[in-house]
Ligand binder design. Structure first.
Ligand code: FAD
Length: 295
């Protein structure tokens, strides 16, 4: 049943320390849900699928805002919106795949409110930024009154919507290391239309050809093809150390089928997703080097 607005209580913490104390105090009874842009939570409240009535509004917390560039990478505050990502010149240069993903989350109105940490914590296997964070080896920073933790993105999800975040923890930031020089990035979302669609298949790739012309770094992140966002290990192994050729692309495509396990649902079906995932992988490889399409 829809939640009546009069039954909802929203707290505005003074600062991060205050927010963490409130999270700690309410962790045992689970009565306090952090809310950032609210673009997922308000949908759930409207649909009656979220039964919490107490919310901790993070939106005003300066400690969770901002995009900072360091020597080894970029740190994005938890509240960084997809609009901020789209409009950041440094991110466009360093992380084009992330900026492309930001541009296809919902549409402009959603991008103005939707945050990166909200996308991560919502833990949907269709979350569009997640394959990018996977492929770029991002690290999620979480804090509670017990201390701070750095969680490698690849270890964040244990199962469908099962996130390794304790009830008293908040995501504070996401750190993305700079990709290796000369590596190529790729992002592609396949949905029913360009805006306001949930992905049928979403993928992000990072690949580098070394000086000897062989692949010496590859990461392939996938969404909507399994219960969790995943890194395609078999496909990655099939590509490591090889020179671009049509046969190498075909072997990687076959290996990818061992990595993914899509299902039939209202948005698409398993066979379509398997075919599209294979096509996207080949498209990425051809974009990196046309020899992946030649015999
Ligand atoms: C019309 C529409 C279109 C959409 N299209 C897309 C799309 O194309 N692609 C896509 O990926 N998503 C899409 N979404 C989903 C949503 O916009 C994103 O998942 C968004 O990033 C959520 O961020 P938020 O700040 O609004 O999260 P909220 O709704 O505020 O929170 C989502 C979850 O994250 C938790 N949370 C938020 N911040 C933190 C934090 N710092 N620490 C711990 N937990 C936290 C909340 O408790 C909640 O469980 C769409 C939503 C709508 C309504």
């Amino acid at each position: 049943m829809r939640a009546a607005l009069s039954t909802i209580a929203v707290e505005r913490p003074r600062d991060l320390a205050h927010a963490l104390r409130r999270m700690s105090a309410e962790a045992a009874n689970g009565r306090l849900t952090p809310i950032a842009g609210g673009t997922d939570l308000l949908v759930y409240l409207n649909a009656g699928t979220h039964d919490g009535r107490g919310f901790l509004d993070l939106w005003g917390l300066a400690e969770l805002s901002g995009i900072r560039s360091g020597r080894a990478g970029v740190t994005l505050g938890a509240l960084t919106t997809f609009s901020e990502i789209r409009e950041h010149a440094g991110l466009a240069r360093r992380f084009p795949a992330l900026v492309e993903a930001a541009a296809v989350v919902g549409a402009r109105q959603i991008q103005n409110r939707a945050t990166l940490a909200g996308n991560i914590a919502n833990a949907s296997p269709a979350g569009d930024s997640l394959p990018v964070l996977m492929a770029l080896d991002a690290v999620v920073h979480a804090r509670s009154t017990r201390g701070a933790r750095a969680i490698p993105f690849g270890t964040l999800y244990h199962g469908y919507r099962d996130l390794s975040l304790a009830p008293d923890e908040l995501i504070t930031a996401v750190e993305i290391p700079f990709a290796r020089p000369k590596s190529r990035q790729f992002f592609r979302k396949v949905g029913t239309r360009l805006a306001q669609s949930i992905s049928k298949v979403v993928m992000a790739g990072v690949l580098r050809l070394g000086g000897d012309g062989r692949v010496d770094h590859v990461r392939l992140g996938w969404g909507s093809v399994a219960p969790v966002t995943l890194l395609a290990a078999h496909a990655g192994e099939a590509l490591m150390g090889v020179k671009p050729s049509r046969a190498a692309a075909a072997r990687a495509r076959a290996a990818l089928m061992l990595d993914i396990a899509p299902i039939d649902d209202i948005r698409s079906d398993r066979d379509y997703r398997l075919a599209v995932a294979g096509n996207l992988l080949e498209q990425f490889l051809r974009a990196v080097d046309p020899r992946f399409a030649r015999s």
